[in-house]
Design a protein around this ligand. Structure first.
Ligand SMILES: NC(=O)c1ccc[n+]([C@@H]2O[C@H](COP(=O)([O-])OP(=O)(O)OC[C@H]3O[C@@H](n4cnc5c(N)ncnc54)[C@H](O)[C@@H]3O)[C@@H](O)[C@H]2O)c1
Length: 246
């Protein structure tokens, strides 16, 4: 196998964020070239420039846009010669009681957290089909295992992403495309305010939040050849959060 064929290429959405950037760095440590994508294109470009790594390309991507997905994947393939790994990590959160949730905000979260991954999988598929050990990892949440109050939009969007991941895993297994999901518990990223981080750390069985690198390690395992027979798996990384009752 030639060197160009051997190199794996990943696209990571939400790459400017806490977990997304940790995943980018982890995949680079494994020698995987990365198309790093985010709607916050300027912040992402600054991080990539600071890294000085020529095998990370920063790309603007709003995951709710089919057109932007097509352009990002074209750019990734143009730069690195193929695409074998897709990490649907982009996501947004808000907490709101049912009666004050709005249809617009509910739909907005669904479009980013679930429809975005659907667009990504559809756009990547032609490239995944011809890649070596193609794999998709979707970032769900323990909010797709347990029913957290005041999470109608977020929780339901992540439960839908969980279901989408399972359907895709079943459908794509005959094509030898692995599809798995990570389910992080609370992670120390800007998605959670300081106050919420403190509250969740004190109620965690482990006594702390996850470091983004700990989620990135789980994603990297699911992508690696060590997980070559692993598909449809729901990989919880939560320090025991979802074991709790009440
Ligand atoms: N932080 C947690 O406690 C936690 C727990 C469980 C699951 N998650 C999930 O992990 C993933 C990563 O979140 P994080 O903790 O790194 O938060 P984060 O806010 O640091 O990162 C999320 C990233 O997604 C990007 N994004 C938002 N809307 C987008 C869009 N339309 N198109 C492209 N990018 C967009 C943001 O710009 C940001 O860079 C999300 O899917 C989140 O729901 C987070």
């Amino acid at each position: 196998m030639g060197e160009a064929q051997a190199r794996r290429v990943a696209l990571v959405s939400g790459a400017a964020g806490g977990q997304g950037w940790a995943i980018v760095r982890r995949l680079r440590a494994d020698g995987i070239a990365v198309a790093a994508c985010d709607i916050r294109a300027d912040e992402l470009a600054a991080s990539v420039a600071e890294s000085g790594d020529p095998d990370i390309v920063p790309l603007a991507l709003d995951v709710t846009s089919q057109e932007q997905w097509a352009a990002a994947i074209d750019a990734a393939v143009g730069r690195f010669g193929g695409l074998g790994v897709l990490v649907n990590n982009a996501g947004v959160l808000h907490r709101r009681p049912l009666e004050s949730e709005t249809a617009e905000e509910f739909e907005r979260l669904w479009r980013i957290n679930c429809l975005g991954a659907f667009h990504g999988m559809r756009a990547a598929l032609p490239h995944l089909r011809v890649a070596t050990d193609p794999v998709i990892v979707n970032t769900c949440s323990t909010g797709a295992i347990r029913p957290f109050p005041n999470h109608a939009a977020y929780g339901s969007s992540k439960w839908a992403l969980r279901g989408l991941t399972q359907v895709a895993a079943a459908e794509l297994a005959p094509h030898r495309i692995r599809v798995n999901a990570v389910f992080p518990g609370p992670v120390a990223t800007p998605m959670l305010t300081e106050e919420i981080q403190q509250r969740l750390a004190s109620s965690s069985p482990w006594g702390r939040l996850a470091d983004p690198a700990e989620i990135a390690d789980a994603v990297a395992f699911l992508i690696s050849e060590r997980a070559s027979f692993v598909t449809g798996v729901e990989f919880t990384v939560d320090g025991g959060q979802s074991l709790q009752i009440g």
